[in-house]
Write a protein that binds this ligand. Sequence first.
Ligand SMILES: Cc1ncc(COP(=O)(O)O)c(C=O)c1O
Length: 400
Amino acid sequence: MQKDQYYDLVSKRVQRNWQAEGYGAWRKVSNPEAVPLNFGFPYPTSYPFEELASACAAVMEEDGADALKYGGGPLAAKMDRMIADRCKERGMNVGDDELLITSGSAQAISLAAELFLNEGDTMLVEGPTFMGALKSFQDHPVDIYAIEGDDDGVKTDDMEQLLQKLSSEGRPPKFFYSIPNFNNPAGFTMSLERRQRVLELAEQYNFIVVEDDAYGELRYEGEDLPTLRALDEGDRVLHFGSMSKILAPAVRIGWVVGPAALVQQMERLKSDGGSNPLIRALVAACWGSIDVNERLIEIRSGYRMRRDAALEALETYMPDGCSWSRPEGGYFLWVTVPDTLDATEILPEIAEAGATPLGGTMFFPDDRGRQNLRLSFSFPDPSEIERGIRAMAEVIEKHL
Ligand SMILES: Cc1ncc(COP(=O)(O)O)c(C=O)c1O
């Protein structure tokens, strides 16, 4: 068959993005020698190799053939309870039908898009926001509005204005997708006051809040804030969590906690026989054999060290006129260059010089982000981070 004959057979949803680049197209700007400031990955020595190796044997011993059947055995169910307990410790209600395990939080994001979005709908995101989520939303024929954030997270006054406008046009948004803790890519965190305001606005304008808390357990400075779900008196928040950043991305374990009626519909949409029961058992056995709080303290300190190395290098090498965020947790820093410079255009040159930050444009649904770069400091060693930032800063300086 010819390519266009396939095109005629696929759904409109696939046709709409037939020519679009696949997820990860940003990896094309690369150089094997460059410091990878693009990967939002854990640093390799943070993985609990030995515990995972012993957990494999423990799963087979404890659950036997049950571990390998559809749905898995008792250990898989134990992991679900461990997650529910952890969410409860963080102040969230988790009733019987209010938890769904997904294949990474990425699946939860796609399910939310399927759950809510019809052609012509509107929805809200933070500006900037996670490019993977944007891609899932952009697969649907909807209008996505990005509301700018500052050091206190999304600007709720701007949000209110936009809500008034969309409501008066008869196009109120279905949901607001937020990364309230250590936003990917900007690193900002929503203040308590703004969390409360978002929930008030959700009540007033009747939309759902999708809280993506992929980095919530990775605060290494300042005080933890309650999750939106913990503050959610109107039962309007779908909270998403992930094992990717606290254990390992390859386990592909994420979760949804939220109103039972919505969680049940997400489960129906999933129709995959349950996510990764064998790996869930492995996670339960591994989590059971370590002190989770100790582990979190250790990896937070690994990320803090990397963030500090990045901040110090930026301070030392970046030319005047540039600024950057100072996250209190998570993986990312957001650099802003003067508006005489298009940061996206110099990415290949920066890669050639020895670093691969990501350009800001992929984090907006519109044409913003040209003066921005996302630096992920989670993966390389601190000395490498310094080398990468120095290389990047020299290229930027040359262009100013
Ligand atoms: C904000 C955010 N949400 C979700 C994900 C996807 O995570 P998972 O590995 O759980 O699918 C990522 C991954 O980088 C992320 O940064």
